[in-house]
Design a protein around this ligand. Sequence first.
Ligand SMILES: O=C(O)[C@H](O)COP(=O)(O)O
Ligand SMILES: [Mg+2]
Length: 414
Amino acid sequence: MGITYEDFLDLDYEPTDEDLVCTFRIDPATGMSTEAAASRVASESSNGTWAALQTGADFTDMGATTFDIDGDLIRVAYPAGLFEPGNMPQVLSCIAGNIMGMKAVDTIRLLDCEWPESVVSAYPGPLYGSSVREEIFGVTDRPITATVPKPKVGLSTAAHAQVGYDAWVGGVDLLKDDENLTDQAFNPFSDRLTESLSLRDDAEDETGEKKSYLINVTADTQTMLDRVDEVAAQGGEYVMVDIITAGWAGLQTVRERTEKHGLAIHAHRAMHAAFDRLPAHGVSMRVLAQVSRLCGVDQLHTGTAGLGKLANEDTVGINEWLAGDLHGATDVLPVASGGLHPGLLPDLLDATGTNVCVQLGGGIHGHPDGTRAGAVALRSAIDAYVEGRAITEAAEETPELAVALDKWGTETPR
Ligand SMILES: O=C(O)[C@H](O)COP(=O)(O)O
Ligand SMILES: [Mg+2]
């Protein structure tokens, strides 16, 4: 008698401290019981397959166990030995691999993971996490702010850097590249790095504040490493990586190199919605955020608590997880971005708290009086919130904020 998939269900099993426990929501295929589908999930994601095995050789039992079924929710325990230490692609090939497409389920959603110390300790975690606020900017009491020049691609290097300068002197902390700006002919990476950091220095002299730049290094892994070295050599503090499109292996390699230079990683999550937008299927943003923290990003886009332009999951819950204990791993600074403008800030910060980075693109560059006025409006709104004042009161002293509130009010854009 070989291994059958029923061998992967044991409702009396109690997970050990060494197990990685995953919660899935499943919709079994027509004609398949929840128990059978739940067993197939544990089987296919660990050491089983569709057939009863007759291999007849000795092996180490790396089978996972479905130990809990509660309606359409199932919990699966994976032995730590199933996982190669520090290899995130291999982990995901187990817990979010073939099972996402197998016919035993119509849909399957990886909702959450409980990561044991034995798995977590093989990953670096973030170098700085939310301490970037203090360590880079010397700020403790307010959210840090960022802006993406718009149009998101097509600006010349000089124009892009000038928009950054205007935003910096208007009160923004971070210039950020957009997710699809890397090294195109209209704005080459190296020129953009040099010109932006030069204007960053000017903006620092003018304002007396620390300013920084999130330059997008996303490319094949070797090119990313070269770009990380270049950013360090030119005096940058951060690199930005499109972590989903670049892939976890590339991110892990970049994380090793940034540690050498003491650089922070800003993680853009473009394409996450291919995994998490449809609620019944895929991988939740919560799990993508967990994986990002293990791999060592310092800042991560986690949505706008439903206030901005993008469909969101549980921003607040994800942010709480990113700030919570994970066997001593550093936290991650959440980034709220996508369709924000000054009028939305009080509700946003009420939901997220102030230990965040707030990014406004259109909400700054769409200001009727231009980028610098848009940046002044953002900073004024942030400062007012932290001081416990209404932003409408601050708008009486700061005409740039009054203009922004007049234009956008508190509407949610699409
Ligand atoms: O990459 C981002 O975060 C976006 O470019 C946000 O742009 P927006 O503030 O104009 O929505
Ligand atoms: Mg963008």
